[in-house]
Design a protein around this ligand. Structure first.
Ligand code: ZN
Length: 414
């Protein structure tokens, strides 16, 4: 009896804790038996049967250059494919995003699945993909062309298998992801529709990001009158100010645990002075500060600024600060235990994906959804290397696993 009472008390206590923190764990929607249904088997055999066609179109799309701001060719191509696949609506919106809508029933959720059209390769207009066994090599092959292909072929697979969604899906191929999530933000800002989920496709397979990492830091410039070395006694020295400030900033204590508070900073650039025989007139450094938690981000940012002011005062130099403030940290309470994240992690485990990592450290389009309070997650596209460089590589086999991940997730969500 005593044991029984203790059990009730403990249960009540944990329920109280869970509800007060809003962290009730939800059920995963995935069940391995689903994979044996003829419907899921149809989906899988469709993508496998079309393996060479998928690879061919992946290469074709990668070879259409699309640096941020120049995505229109890819957008038009994707819009046409949405149309041809039989979606209910397909258009390029006023921002340049290709939008495909697959209508479900009125009781269903409204779900965005997005991948980005743009690449970071400004001025690169000639792209040729090299195929070496299981690897494709070209700038943009992975980030994020692989996700565009995953999304498109997932739609085709679902259509040919006769999928009738309960939810309404908004498939978005977005512009300007690499320059601050411009396309998805514009899409969400321009509509009054309430979305229930945002699923962004970006990053390496196995990654599941459910929170938005915030960015801080900035550029800090110190200025003084300068002087020849011979006359330099007592002259304020901006180089010395940089050295002192950097040393103090690197000693700021930043939390590395718990993960919900994780914060880091780096001095990425440093420079100053023009000649070796004079006191510098201008010296600078940059701080790249990132945090999962907005309060920690603001605390660290305030500390960086305080140190810079203090050092400027001590050294008698002028200070100019240009801060990075455009991207805040956001978290959805309970996101880790939500049905969405649990389902995705179960699917990845089932698919035996290596290096599964669910974390709140997202820097993808999913951040925009999270910022607007929508449960959002980012899912990977394949395995890759050398992202954002001209020698970027992506694995072919991983692409098909990533596609299965999307198909299973849509099947679970219906
Ligand atoms: Zn990307």
């Amino acid at each position: 009896m005593k044991k029984y009472i203790r059990f009730i008390c403990l249960t009540l206590f944990s329920l109280l804790i869970l509800s007060s923190t809003g962290l009730q764990a939800e059920e995963s929607l995935f069940n391995p038996e689903m994979v044996n249904t003829s419907f899921v088997q149809k989906l899988f055999s469709f993508i496998e049967k079309n393996r060479e066609k998928v690879i061919k179109e992946w290469i074709f799309l990668t070879e259409i250059p699309a640096p941020s701001g120049y995505e229109h060719k890819r957008a038009n191509y994707m819009k046409k494919q949405f149309e041809a696949a039989g979606l209910d609506e397909a258009y390029v919106d006023s921002s340049g995003n290709a939008v495909g809508i697959w209508k479900g029933s009125s009781q269903g959720k409204k779900i965005i699945i997005s991948a980005h059209l743009d690449t970071v390769f400004q001025g690169v207009w000639e792209i040729k993909v090299k195929r070496e066994g299981n690897i494709l090599k070209a700038p943009g092959i992975g980030d994020d062309t692989a996700s565009l292909i995953n999304l498109l072929w997932s739609i085709r697979a679902l259509k040919q298998a006769g999928f009738k969604p309960r939810n309404t899906y908004y498939f978005l191929d977005t512009v300007g992801e690499e320059t601050g999530f411009v396309g998805l933000r514009a899409f969400l800002d321009s509509t009054k529709k309430k979305f229930d989920l945002v699923i962004a496709l970006d990053g390496d397979l196995g990654g599941v990001q459910y929170g938005a990492l915030g960015f801080g830091g900035g550029k800090f410039v110190f200025r003084g009158p300068g002087a020849h070395t011979i006359q330099s006694l007592g002259i304020p020295n901006p180089n010395l100010a940089v050295a002192k400030a950097v040393e103090r900033i690197c000693k700021i204590e930043l939390p590395s645990s718990p993960l919900e508070k994780w914060t880091i900073l780096n001095i990425g650039m440093i420079g100053g002075g023009r000649v070796r025989n004079a006191v510098s007139q201008e010296s600078y450094f940059t701080v790249d500060l990132r945090s999962v938690d907005q309060e920690e981000l603001e605390r660290a940012q305030a500390e960086v600024m305080r140190i810079c002011r203090e050092v400027a005062e001590e050294e008698g130099v002028k200070l100019e600060m240009t801060l990075n403030e455009d991207s805040k940290a956001y978290q959805i309470p309970g996101a880790r235990g939500s049905f969405l994240v649990r389902t995705v992690v179960d699917i990845l485990e089932f698919l035996q994906v290596r290096d599964i990592e669910a974390n709140p450290l997202g820097s993808t389009e999913a951040n925009v959804g999270i910022e607007k309070g929508i449960l959002s997650v980012n899912l990977g596209r394949t395995y890759g290397r050398y992202k954002h460089t001209l020698r970027e590589e992506a694995e072919i086999d991983g692409l098909f696993i990533a596609m299965k991940q999307i198909l299973l997730l849509v099947y679970c969500l219906q």
